[in-house]
Design a protein around this ligand. Structure first.
Ligand code: BTN
Length: 331
């Protein structure tokens, strides 16, 4: 009674994977697994809804384009080694922006609460830009932190976060650097960005929301045509096969642990060690740059960052200026 047998979808994936770039017909799968072609078709639909990308072509059959990388609170928790960060954890399949959710939750959430989404429909970038956040491919995450520091010190947390991203990438074999203030680049292409937003009284921070966007399993065609030339992902930088997926839950676990360790160092020893680490990982110190600010441009050599997170630029007259906000270009 072949038709009544239950088919295990992992067996279908296994066979499609073994077929590599080739197609497997519904008939071949059905015969090998002792079920009907309709049963195979149904399982394939189920796999697609879980995030697997499987194409079906008439007369050729099925081909696995990309595996799914399921994300959930359980997957992130399992193997999370932090003490406090992520203990309160929210996961959504789709949100407009994790920043917006984190802002809503911040007043009633403990320090270290983390909001993660599988997709953002309105991901926010710095300077009013958007953050491309397709389903199932990236890490889109906001941390709610309540540090006992002055509002003027909050940019230091942005720099600290960029270090945590670069160190996380290094653990996965991706060699990234930081471009001031908060971009992480691999071979000149953007892989991650950090957006820090703060709620504060005159001299006291209520909370800081640190948003991290990291391109993990994107292939070039997953980005819009406009940004394709200037962005990359972990998978692209590692040159991984299309079907292979880097588990985002592990990326998140490593990042949260790195962030917590850096934050502990920051609380213990202040900004000095963070500044040192940032300067080591930034590909800017000593480089000739152009800074585009709201009203003017500045040319010079980047010489480091200040306690306030500003970039120090020395111009041709040897004058040093601290830049607080702007976009830089290497010359
Ligand atoms: C930038 O480089 O401009 C910063 C990008 C920050 C994107 C992240 S994704 C998670 C969080 N939610 C958002 O809407 N934005 C940040």
């Amino acid at each position: 009674m072949a038709h009544s047998k239950q088919v295990d979808s992992s067996e279908i994936i296994h066979m499609l994977e073994a077929a590599g770039q080739g197609y497997l017909s519904g008939q071949t799968l059905a015969e090998a697994l002792g079920v009907s072609r309709t049963a195979i078709w149904k399982q394939v639909q189920g796999l697609k809804s879980e995030g697997y990308e499987i194409v079906s072509v008439t007369n050729r059959g099925y081909k696995l384009m990309r595996k799914a990388d399921p994300l959930s609170v359980e997957a992130i928790r399992e193997g999370l080694e932090t003490e406090a960060l992520g203990c309160a954890l929210f996961y959504f399949d789709s949100v407009d922006s994790t920043q917006a959710i984190a802002k809503e939750k911040a007043p009633i959430s403990p320090h270290g609460t983390v909001v993660v989404a599988n997709k953002q429909t309105n991901g926010k970038g710095r300077l009013g830009r958007s953050w491309h956040s397709p389903h199932g491919l990236g890490v889109y995450m906001s941390l709610i932190v309540k540090p006992n520091i002055s509002p003027a010190q909050s940019p230091q947390l942005t720099l600290l976060t960029a270090i945590a991203v670069v160190d996380t990438l290094a653990k996965f074999g991706v060699d990234a650097g930081i471009k001031w203030p908060n971009d992480c680049l691999v071979a000149g292409k953007k892989i991650s960005g950090v957006l820090t937003e703060m709620a504060a009284d005159a001299d006291q921070i209520q909370h800081v929301i640190i948003g991290v966007g990291l391109n993990v399993n994107h292939s070039a065609h997953d980005f819009t045509a406009e940004i394709t030339p200037i962005v990359t992902s972990m998978k692209m930088s590692l040159g991984l096969e299309n079907a292979t997926m880097i588990p985002r839950s592990e990326v998140i676990q490593v990042f949260l642990l790195e962030w917590e360790k850096l934050f502990a160092l920051y609380l213990r020893e202040g900004f000095a060690p963070i500044k040192e680490k940032w300067e080591l990982r930034s590909n800017i110190v000593g480089r000739n740059i152009k800074v585009t600010m709201m009203k003017r441009e500045l040319y010079g050599v980047a010489i480091g960052v200040t306690e306030a997170g500003a970039l120090l630029v020395k111009d041709s007259q040897e004058r040093v200026e601290a830049v607080f906000s702007g976009d830089i270009q290497f010359l």
